[in-house]
Design a protein around this ligand. Structure first.
Ligand code: BDR
Ligand code: CA
Length: 314
């Protein structure tokens, strides 16, 4: 039976690639895609979710949740990497802008509708999930598993020297989710950074005649340009797509139980994730953390899953 899942995204190019897989994968039933501000401001995140779903036109359309600003506003956004509209500057049309329910309400409704059966894949800041947990304090016990892309265990951050982007955008919410009694898996930057796609990826995608192929061929070239301009790299990371793969194909990830928390006040370390890695850890273990990855297998899985998405008739 397909696993029910809520995708929480701030599209964002790597969020969009993850959506290409999730919306067509027969192993998943995406009951909702909830937008969150991060790579782009909240209203644009909501618009992008709708635009991506319209572009892809999957066989089963998920419900859409609308993003609202985090309590302290967004300290940064990711448009320097993801383009002015968050989708490589493609400016996709949205046929009819609906007024969807707030993301946190949709999360509560969908999880309550199928207790202990809905997994949550968090590919942006943790604003929505923290709010859902605040709204319904029993929810952490009723949600099946939370898989999150974010943080760093032993490596540097990517938006400050200490902090990873998703956590830095809303550290208070990240802390609330980390401390919640939900079952969690974290896919940190240390692991997602190990996967890099070269330009040859474009030759391995479904062709233009497929909606997924045509969409990816529009959004990925700007991603390669941004990585070259910003970092001098001839390849791209797809952090969120790697995290989604951890839900679909956990056999390629090695994880261990750890105690982790988030720095919410540091002058230099705001948004840094801190794990108790002492010889004798004293913090309670509160999540499973990926520390190793079979990189060739994950690359192969992503390409295979994108091609499978191209095969499915919308
Ligand atoms: C994360 O930050 C965002 O820019 C990406 O979409 C990803 O979720 C990587 O640090
Ligand atoms: Ca993201």
């Amino acid at each position: 039976m397909a696993k029910k899942v809520i995708l929480d995204v701030d599209p964002g190019l790597d969020d969009a690639v993850a959506m290409c897989i999730a919306l067509f994968d027969p192993r998943l039933e995406v009951v909702a895609v909830t937008a969150v501000g991060g790579n782009v401001p909240p209203h644009l995140a909501t618009r992008n979710v709708q635009a991506i779903i319209e572009q892809l036109d999957p066989p089963r359309w998920p419900r859409i949740g609308a993003a609202s600003p985090p309590d302290h506003g967004l300290p940064v956004d990711g448009r320097f990497m993801h383009g002015i509209d968050g989708l490589g500057g493609c400016n996709f049309e949205v046929a009819e802008l609906r007024t969807p329910h707030p993301s946190e309400k949709l999360i509560c409704d969908e999880v309550r509708a199928a207790p202990e059966s809905v997994s949550f894949v968090a590919l942006g800041p943790l604003t929505n999930l923290a709010r859902a947990f605040q709204r319904d304090p029993e929810l952490p016990h009723v949600i099946d598993r939370v898989v999150m892309m974010g943080g760093a265990v032993s490596g540097p951050g990517n938006i400050t020297p200490a902090a990873e982007f998703n956590i830095f955008c809303d550290p208070e919410s990240a802390r609330a989710v980390f401390r919640s009694p939900s079952t969690k898996t974290l896919i940190p930057l240390d692991v997602t950074n190990r996967i890099m796609f070269s330009f040859d990826l474009l030759n391995q995608l479904p062709d233009e005649s497929r909606r997924v192929g045509s969409f990816l061929r529009k959004i990925l070239p700007p991603a390669f340009r941004a990585y070259r301009q910003e970092f001098g790299l001839e390849g791209i990371h797809l952090h969120d797509t790697v995290a989604l793969t951890a839900l679909l194909e956990p056999q390629w990830f090695e994880t261990k139980e750890m105690g982790g928390d988030v720095e919410t006040m540091g002058e230099l370390t705001m948004g840094a994730t801190v794990f108790d890695r002492r010889r004798r850890p004293a913090w309670r273990q509160n999540m499973e953390v990926a520390f190793d990855i079979d990189a060739p297998q994950v690359i192969e899985a992503i390409i295979r899953n994108l091609n499978a998405a191209g095969e499915i008739k919308a």
